[in-house]
Write a protein that binds this ligand. Structure first.
Ligand code: AP5
Ligand code: MG
Length: 217
């Protein structure tokens, strides 16, 4: 099993692809965004510290995220391999990850960069809806992901809501923050020889097949 990083802007499809690939290859998806949102929902100390940053679309400080990821990577299911979704997001996070892996004689095998144009990112983020009961994700701007009944989950009938940071203003800031702080990782991993670039546009099924070929290579 490989150690994989999904690198891409907000709305580029990291979560969607990770979910599909986990189902196909049983590789655990590790999303720092999901873990942080769960901490907010549970009212933990970490959640309280992270909430303000996330609401504004700013990055949560490296020290908090690095503690969180160290705990998650130490769990038994992450021993063989994993797919990192939304981590690392800064050069400091990438260097810390490389150092931790090197200490146990390991390394990242594959970094997939989902390159997606900004107007498409904004369209996807603005259309995303989540079931408040089961968490299933929908998109009202895309027939492929639209719910059958407006505002209701196909699976459990729960109400569909918007993620608090999916408003237009916060989404714009998330994309700016990505361009400033996360995009430099493309060069970082290109130099390391682990980067593969994928066009983020196109049907999800096609993207899953392209990712599958990289994972199986
Ligand atoms: P996080 O939860 O990671 O959010 P994000 O990076 O902003 O990304 P998204 O989840 O919005 O997009 P995605 O790429 O997963 O796209 P998705 O598949 O859902 O982070 C949230 C916040 O947490 C950050 O702002 C920060 O504050 C904090 N944080 C998290 N990690 C951190 C870290 N390491 N360091 C510091 N802070 C951190 O797709 C989006 C929509 O598009 C969906 O509706 C989907 O159906 C649709 N879609 C997907 N693929 C396609 C396709 N191919 N065609 C058409 N539609 C598609
Ligand atoms: Mg996501």
């Amino acid at each position: 099993m490989k150690k994989i990083i999904l690198l891409g802007a907000p709305g580029s499809g990291k979560g969607t692809l990770a979910e599909g690939l986990t189902a196909r290859y049983r590789i655990p998806q590790i999303s720092t965004g999901d873990i942080l949102r769960q901490n907010i929902a549970d009212g933990t100390e970490l959640g309280k510290k992270a909430k303000g940053y996330m609401e504004k679309g700013e990055l949560v400080p490296d020290a908090l995220v690095l503690d969180l990821i160290a705990d998650r990577l130490a769990k038994p299911d992450a021993r063989e391999g994993y797919m990192l979704d939304g981590f690392p997001r800064t050069i400091a996070q990438a260097e810390a990850l490389d150092k931790t892996l090197a200490e146990s004689g390991s390394k990242i095998d594959l970094v997939v960069y989902l390159n997606t144009p900004k107007d498409e990112l904004v369209r996807r983020i603005a259309g995303r809806r989540l079931c408040e009961v089961c968490g299933k994700s929908y998109n009202v701007n895309n027939k492929e992901f639209a719910p059958s009944v407006d505002g209701r989950c196909d699976v459990c009938g729960g109400k569909l809501i918007q993620r608090p940071d999916d408003t237009e203003a916060v989404a714009e800031n998330r994309i700016d923050v990505y361009n400033e702080q996360t995009l430099p990782l493309v060069e970082y991993y290109r130099k390391a020889g682990t980067l593969t670039e994928l066009d983020g546009m196109g049907p999800v099924a096609e993207k899953l097949d392209e990712m599958g070929k990289l994972i199986e290579a």
